[in-house]
Design a protein around this ligand. Sequence first.
Ligand code: EPZ
Length: 420
Amino acid sequence: MDKLIIKGRVVLNGEVSVSGAKNAVLPMLCASVMASNSSVTLKNIPHLHDVTTTVRLLRQMGVSVTLDDNMDIQLDPSTIDNFYAPYNLVKTMRSSILVLGPLLSKFGSAKVSLPGGCAIGTRPVEMHLDALSQMGASINIDNGYISASSKKLIGTDIRFPKITVTGTENILMASTLAEGKTIISNAAREPEVVDLANFLNKMGASITGQGTDVIEINGVEELRGVSYTALPDRIETGTFLVAAAITGGHVTVKNTISAHVNTIIEKLRDSGAHVTTTETSVTLDMKGKRPVSVDIETGAYPLFPTDMQAQLTALNTVAKGISIIKENIFENRFMHVQEMTRMGADIRLEQNCAIISGKEELVGASVMATDLRASASLILAGLAATGTTEIERIYHIDRGYDCIEEKLRQLGADIHRVPM
Ligand code: EPZ
């Protein structure tokens, strides 16, 4: 078990490149099992625990997976010999549920452990299962496992009662090889969903409407292996922009897609940052100023992303004025608040809102990461705090950020990983 040691109050300056998007790569790895007698090559893959866990899961199914030295991944599903996603793997990464749609659609069978909850919420998957049942799958749940089977999925009209990202992705993947047309209404519009749809279309699927709330899929006979480069990570992009803002610095984030972070840029401009963009980069210059408090309300894309809520909470703890952060997606996504309070932050929780009274400074302390984005927000608070911050349980951070301390050191941060 490692921990991160941060000496705060260092102004960040310079350039940093982001890695591929975890939440695009994970469904693409799962979709690769649907390729017939040819292999899939995925590029721009981030070095993340969630990626290696998904690779382990696919290898356990018999898929041959090789990684070359620049981390491009080759997958050959022709050797797959079982359709089983065991609890010991799924419990460490609930997005393993994304193998369900592909296995059911391609092989007509899947046994996947129920993912269970995590720190940010109960994370149910009933919308995934209801939708697959509407497509003709028979679904049983016993002993904590989903057992699903179907001779051939039948395309139909699916309307999600709530927007669900991986629910949309599971049905999107399942529909590509189903009989006939599927229409997904109230679909998720995240860029990662669009990237998955574009990847599937390159494999020979017939998908239109991705990026809108109605996606149409005409089932095809088979999908073939292709080479595809995943889009850059918009949440990593936003996290580095907040790192610049919270330290009063001047940072350019490269190899990203600025159009995917519009709501984040808007909020950072409201906090007093000067932000300029090109198509593939975003430059934030805080000019040494203390940020101004900004109110945040999370929602499904293109609204403000819940995965950036903890990071903006950190910024508001040292901003001028009072702010209200409203979390509309997950029921327990304020685990970072009690840790920031240990650093002197003034935050009051009321139902799904955090009311923050910005302080001139935070003071470094020993804190504990609880989930992926909360750990990123504690790093940001540590960068701004006076003195030293030690962050424990950083395996959470390694699930979703590729070499974050190296990238922050590139910008001048005094941050190191030490064994506990
Ligand atoms: C995806 O999770 C992301 N994970 C999450 O990123 C992200 O926070 C979330 O979407 C929201 O944008 C991946 O893409 C791997 P949802 P997902 O289904 O799909 C409820 C990160 O930090 N719901 O869109 O699991 C659910 O409880 C992670 O990278 C049901 O009630 O989220 C939540 O309240 C964290 N029943 C809301 O819907 C269901 O069947 C949205 O969840 C499914 C979801």
